[in-house]
Design a protein around this ligand. Structure first.
Ligand code: ADP
Ligand code: MG
Length: 672
């Protein structure tokens, strides 16, 4: 028998292992099972190069619990270890500068374990004593037993093990009794070992017998040894991908499509990413990509490891280049991992590009469902954005799809305004904004549909990315002011007529809670409707933004501002204005004269002395204006068509509701 002291620096490492790793105690099982798998794989390798000539037999890893003795055992039939191996691989913890390292990283102790190959020692997180019994594959090897109670002293003896391989026996600590529970171990094995490449056995298959589940004599294998992502894409059918998906994501609907990543250079990386159908915001949750390292589960906390936008996807990524056993913060800081992340993003983009090029019709069919992924990607990942511009699509109100380039070519000649900006018109709800879309189309303009969950952000992105291009919603203003051309028509009315006309309409506006209207006159064409309600683009975007951002609630409380544009080229409007002017001119003329006189004297007084007190006269003007307004309002009530025109324009924009809507319907009947 030999006794000795483990390594040089272990006196410092044991307390770290025991105490600092508190939160992640369960990973010891992953470590031990991974080692057992490694040992099995190594034996296969030795056999394949002719260094091992014996019988490999059936390689499997067995996990078992002995609750009587309070032990958990992980056994393998791998290459085993002799005394020399144990000394080399277990006793001498193979890294230098451990103390320095520990001092630096004592807060992120979790990262030490995997990084420096201390996997085996994680057994001490849950054990008061650990025993190794091993028989090496080497000819004439003697079986050895090693034991250690967590102090730096170990014992190494010969033993009577007759089968090749290694048993790791953990004498579970009193405060870790949970790891003697069958269900707990089963859960852990399912979590970490589901796709390991060697069968992992835990207990027996059960069958239903005489009203009870009883063990059969068939071993129960926890894992599927060749998961889908490890197979060649050419060997797989759609059905295989779908089955695997449902195994991974039970209870989900079929995904739309998937991408099988299979990369050898500059990283080794395999994986399958599924694009699920996202129907509403609740579906947008994260952590549905699992990260593996050589089929060993690492984490499903993939933030920072895969590109942000891919968090909407589901599936697995497996790379031996992703450091195993490390904490998330460590993963995120790892340079290699960052490169992997941007590489995945590039691969996904290439795949989408290929789909687009190979079968555009099919790509267009999927577009509405996949656009959320691509838009999210473009919004959150600059590089992805640049590459996605080749295949990202814009859809018009008729359901036709265009690439960015194609769309620009389509609208450039017609929708460039007098300042040389190209104006993209869009609708967020083609039904509600129907008449605005029609009026844009009647001018020969195209309207885009932007009704997706991310489209309000995407609109800003487009504006930012496309040169000299502005996006405005079709109902943001009358169409001639959205795309301003040189030949805009002039309003053919005197200043007095304009004043009367706007008072006429202003006085008849219904009051709608938290809504304000601004009335203006404009010469639209004769074919256009008499009046049109619009909402300023900036104001609307601002309110939308604040609605999404709780901190900006104050702005959300502000009233909605709309413009009511009266089309004075329209025959009915013309008639109303002319008739009104002649009907009330007599009453208004004297008021107007008085106002004009008062205004002139105010002006003169100010000219003489900048600080002259003109408040008396100003008050008089205000009073006279009010009288004038009252006269106009009074007259307006006798002309039901005014209210009718206003209500029709409110109806058109979806603003006519409740009492106002009821009034409108009643009035319409009475006019019949
Ligand atoms: P790593 O697996 O990263 O090398 P570990 O601390 O997990 O670090 O294991 C240290 C070494 O101990 C392994 O590299 C291997 O040589 C040896 N070892 C551990 N477990 C076994 C086993 N079940 N069979 C054979 N060798 C093992
Ligand atoms: Mg290991």
């Amino acid at each position: 028998m030999t006794t000795g002291k483990i390594g040089v620096t272990t006196e410092n490492i044991f307390p770290v292992i025991k105490k600092f790793l508190y939160s992640d105690h369960e990973i010891f099982l992953r470590e031990l099972v991974s080692n057992a798998i490694d040992a099995s794989q190594k034996l296969k390798t030795l056999a394949s190069v002719g260094e091992f000539k014996g019988e490999i037999g059936e390689l499997s890893v067995k996990v078992s619990i002995d609750s009587e003795n309070g032990t958990l055992t992980v056994s393998d039939r791998g290459l085993g270890m002799d005394a020399e191996d144990i000394d080399k691989y277990i006793n001498q913890i193979a890294f230098s500068g451990a103390e320095e390292f520990l001092a630096k990283y004592k807060d992120t102790a979790n990262s030490i374990i995997g990084h420096f190959g201390l996997g085996f020692y994680s057994a001490f997180m849950v054990s008061k004593k650990v025993e190794i019994r091993s028989l090496s594959y080497k000819d004439g090897a003697k079986a050895v037993a090693w034991e250690c109670d967590g102090s730096p002293e170990y014992k190494l003896t010969e033993c009577d093990k007759t089968e090749r391989g290694t048993d790791i026996i953990l004498y579970i600590d009193d405060d870790s009794k949970e790891f003697l529970e069958k269900s707990r171990i089963e859960t852990l094995l399912k979590k970490y070992c589901r796709f390991l490449p060697v069968p992992v056995i835990f207990g027996k298959e059960q069958e239903w017998k005489d009203g009870n589940y009883v063990d059969t004599d068939k071993d129960r294998v926890i894992n599927s040894v060749e998961p889908l992502w490890a197979k060649k894409p050419s060997e797989l059918k759609d059905e295989d991908y779908l089955n695997f998906y449902h195994e991974l994501m039970p209870g989900m609907e079929d995904p739309m499509f998937w991408i099988h990543l299979n990369v050898d250079y500059p990283f080794t990386l395999t994986g399958v990413l599924y694009f699920p159908k996202i129907k509403n915001n609740i579906d947008i949750q994260k952590n549905r990509i699992q990260l593996y390292c050589n089929q060993v589960y690492v984490t499903d906390q993939v933030e920072g490891v895969v590109p942000e936008f891919m968090m909407l996807m589901q599936g697995v990524i497996d790379s031996p280049d992703i450091p195993l056993n490390v904490s998330r913060s460590y993963l995120q800081a790892d340079g290699q991992v960052k490169k992997i992340s941007s590489y995945i993003s590039k691969k996904v983009s290439e795949r989408l590009d290929k789909m687009f090029k190979e079968d555009r019709a099919e790509f267009e069919k999927k577009w509405d469902d996949i656009k959320i992924f691509i838009e999210y990607g473009m919004l959150s990942d600059e590089k992805f954005c640049d590459s996605a511009r080749k295949y990202a699509l814009l859809k018009d109100s008729e359901g036709k799809y265009f690439t960015f380039e194609e769309y620009k070519t389509l609208v450039e000649s017609t929708q460039t305004d007098k300042d040389g900006n190209i104006i993209y018109l869009y609708a967020t709800d083609c039904e509600a904004q129907y008449s605005y879309i029609q009026s844009a189309k009647s001018k020969g303009y195209s309207v885009l549909t932007m009704d997706g969950q991310l489209d309000s952000h995407f609109v800003s992105l487009l504006e930012h990315k496309l040169e000299k291009t502005h996006l405005v919603r079709v109902d943001a203003d009358i169409i001639d002011r959205l795309i301003v051309k040189d030949d805009a028509l002039k309003v053919d009315l005197t200043a007095e007529q304009i004043e009367i006309a706007s008072d006429l309409f202003k006085s008849q506006l219904p009051t709608i809670e938290k809504t304000e209207f601004f009335v203006q006159l404009e010469a639209l064409s004769q074919q256009e409707t008499p009046a049109i309600v619009t909402q300023n683009e900036h104001m609307r975007r601002f309110k939308e933004m604040s609605a999404m951002n709780p901190g900006m609630n104050f702005y959300g409380e502000m009233p909605d501002n709309y413009s009511l544009t009266i089309n004075c080229d329209n025959a009915s409007v013309k008639k109303i204005i002319t008739e009104a002017c002649s009907a009330i001119e007599e009453k208004i003329a004297p008021l107007r004269n008085e106002i004009n006189q008062l205004n002139s004297s105010i002006e003169e007084a100010r000219k003489a002395d900048e600080k002259a007190d003109t408040s008396d006269n100003e008050a008089k003007v205000a009073e006279l204006r009010k009288q004038q307004g009252d006269i106009i309002a009074q007259y307006a009530t006798t002309i039901p068509t005014i209210k009718q025109i206003i209500d029709l324009s409110l109806l058109q924009s979806g603003l006519l509701k409740a009492q106002s809507l009821d009034d409108f319907i009643r009035r319409s009947y009475s006019l019949l």
